[in-house]
Ligand binder design. Sequence first.
Ligand code: PMP
Length: 423
Amino acid sequence: ASTNAALMARRATAVPRGVGQAHHVFIDRAENAEIWDVEGRRYIDFAGGIAVLNTGHRNPDVIAAVQAQLERYTHTCFQVVAYEPYVALAEKLNAMAPGDFAKKTLLLSTGAEAVENAVKIARAYTKRSAVIAFGSGYHGRTMFTLGLTGKVAPYKTGFGPFPGEIFHARFPNERAGVTVDDAIASIEALFKNDVEADRVAAIIIEPVQGEGGFNVAPPELLRRLRALCDANGILLIADEVQTGAGRTGTFFAIEHAGVAPDLVTLAKSLAGGFPLSAVVGRAEVMDAPGPGGLGGTYAGSPLGCAAALAVIETFERDKLLQRSRDVGELLTQGLRDMASRRAQIADVRGLGAMVAVELVDAQGAPDADLTRRIVAEACRRGLILLSCGTYGNVLRILVPLTASDELLREGLSIIDASFDAVA
Ligand code: PMP
């Protein structure tokens, strides 16, 4: 049998170094919130494949739905010969997405593709070109989504120039003293200095910034963006690729603010571990591109659709939205307790089960090095953790919502022990 080290060596020769890897571990198998590596070591999975496994690894209902789909057909290309699961999923998402208006849904494969298409649709509808995104936001690795992404290293380094007509506003940050007023003022400044409001097709925002550090957009910001968009004929796009599919305790995170965006993107946990993404939006906006303007060979794959329908059913039957709030509560309490004993934890924040802690050094400055050491030590102790944040000093938790309280506590105690070992 192969070892992790032997596989890492083969990987280093065969795969470009640009593809990062948080842990030097190769998986053998996984079940719910646990992973076993090729050497037989067991890990608790607090990463969930970066927010993909809200319903757990190999959720039995998801696997059964995909297996049944495998027995009938796996691919036609929806634009060639259509299939019912695509339409059924669109109907579901149209009914679930916030907003008391008619909606339509476009299905794709990846989060970046969903964001790209949301921008295409917004441009086609508004006949405008510009898009405003936020500093420290993350929207993907394709050229336009990299342009939208508000963090240079490592994502954008060496890959420019990026498409034009992209502008960045400030994201509020209480700890850094950036208020909602400052964020709105930064958009007004863009309108004054860089781009007239009536050239702006859309403002895109993550209701909770994911890669940027689990920065929660204050509900007031989302409400004021809605009003600003309405006043200027601009569309509001919520990028819910990481926050969506129940991670924050509501199916769409923006529901917490009571705001209905014109377009929402979803991916990651939507199909419980299978590649699928979506743009859900106002019917008349979604219909702006002409026939043939939207699609993709694998877009809305039958396997992804079958999986997503099972994910939504599982959420309803197992009351996973409530579970998401409960998981968030348990994690937040455990981490607050740790924070009360450890000066290195400067902040515990999040929304629902999207929970993170920010680490600082003795001077209160972001401590990316400590964050790296905690992540590595946790892995040695059998916990898969992820970091994030503009300064790389945030530990984030995206554990399956189907994990037991016992497993969550075991994971928290490994984090605590990792601090004892390296901090
Ligand atoms: N938007 C957000 C908010 C994301 O978190 C991500 C992925 N981390 C993406 C877009 C891109 O998704 P994908 O990697 O599936 O292209």
